[in-house]
Design a protein around this ligand. Structure first.
Ligand SMILES: Cc1cc2nc3c(=O)[nH]c(=O)nc-3n(C[C@H](O)[C@H](O)[C@H](O)COP(=O)(O)O)c2cc1C
Length: 365
């Protein structure tokens, strides 16, 4: 798959006929000079980003890929989903152009790519390196980014053979803590993964109680570091409402949406992918756009209304005071400093704890 840059240069992004491991080891060549996407100031999680465009979880499997795409000027880069143990990728093919339908038919790569029309199916099985390997690599990824670029690390829990929801939540939390310690600016909890511990086949985000338990455990594990939950297409506005209201209190945001889950067939109607766990593939791109747009609008409206209702109905509700905001900022900065210093082997003594001086009040919405 090729990306054409302004000026005619072509960047080979991913070779469809090669394995995941081969592609991971062959990142695109870095552009000779850093580029910038059209500048726009974006403020996210107390940081100012150099560009408003981000890359979702998946296409950047390691620090080398992150470094290459950082050079292209993206403001927010997501390190592909990692696990608490090594996990193999499904066999190639893992990525194919397709026509959305029920089932979805794969197609040959178009001769000219129109980014607004491309629809891709992907089936990788959420592969992961061992935690030792990915934790060291996440550090390298963070070091490859500028101060105005944000590193999101996507984590997923791995069910044990006889594991229950508690085991799954603990596994999510362990990965989240490692990701945070390794330098993730934001931890993304991938809830749009199969819930194999459940009684019926569904995605984790479709089980509201389990999702709430997982994000609560993750929040406890990572402290004040921003945490977002990645969810898939909701079955109904009601389902989205129930999920958001049960999880939002533990989160700093949501990532919408994961690819649609579809059965993938060859043009002759035969299954395009074989092997356990490959009955459904994710479908991304143009075919997902409308689902994503509607769900983002619904969730934005819902969270806005909830916020207003809390303020109106709860007499005890007060926006946090300036002192409280300063205390939280100090805690967040000192936690970040501690982990940065710990990364180079220096401990931050209590007496050195950072103090944030009072400053002119900001308008708080
Ligand atoms: C090649 C590829 C790999 C992906 N791998 C992951 C992944 O590891 N974790 C994840 O949460 N989402 C993964 N996704 C889903 C994307 O993050 C995104 O949610 C989906 O593609 C829909 O968004 P889009 O239409 O803007 O691409 C992957 C998508 C693609 C195309």
């Amino acid at each position: 798959m090729e990306l054409r840059l302004a000026g005619g240069r072509v960047l080979i992004a991913y070779r469809l006929n090669r394995s995941f491991a081969w592609n991971a080891a062959h990142p695109p060549r870095l552009p000779p000079r850093p580029r910038q996407v059209p500048p726009a100031t974006v403020n996210l999680f107390d940081r100012t980003l150099e560009g408003p465009v981000g890359i979702a979880a998946g296409p950047l499997p390691n620090a080398k890929w992150i470094a290459a795409y950082a050079r292209l000027g993206y403001g927010l880069l997501t390190y592909s989903t990692v696990r608490s143990r090594e996990y193999p990728a499904s066999r190639a093919p893992n990525l194919a152009f397709c026509r959305l339908g029920d089932p979805t038919t794969i197609e040959p790569a178009p001769r000219r790519l129109d980014p607004a029309a491309v629809t891709l199916a992907y089936s990788f099985g959420l592969p992961s390196a061992t935690p030792d390997v990915w934790r060291a690599d996440v550090k390298r990824a963070r070091a490859a980014l500028g101060p105005k670029q944000l590193l999101v690390v996507s984590v997923v829990g791995t069910p044990a053979p006889d594991g229950d929801g508690e085991q799954l939540a603990a596994d999510y939390a362990a990965c989240a803590r490692w990701a945070a310690e390794a330098g993730a600016d934001v931890v993304e909890v991938h809830l749009s993964a199969p819930d194999t511990a459940g009684e019926r086949a569904q995605m984790v985000y479709e089980d509201v109680a389990l999702s709430a338990h997982i994000v609560q455990r993750v929040r406890r594990a990572v402290g004040l570091k921003p945490v977002v939950a990645k969810v898939g297409a909701a079955r109904s506005p009601r389902a989205l409402h129930d999920l958001a209201t049960a999880t939002a209190r533990w989160l700093d945001g949501f990532t919408l949406i994961n690819g649609l889950q579809r059965r993938l067939v060859n043009p002759d109607g035969a299954p395009a992918l074989t092997g356990p766990g490959r009955e459904l593939a994710g479908v991304s791109g143009a075919a997902v756009w409308e689902h994503g747009r509607v769900q983002v609008a619904e969730l934005t409206d819902l969270l806005g209304r909830c916020g207003r209702r809390v303020q109106e109905s709860d007499a005890a509700f007060r926006p946090p005071s300036r002192e409280e905001l300063l205390r939280r900022a100090a805690a967040r900065i000192s936690e970040k400093k501690k982990s940065e210093l710990a990364a180079v082997g220096i401990a931050l003594e209590e007496k050195d704890e950072l103090k944030v001086e009072d400053s002119p009040p900001r308008r708080i919405r």
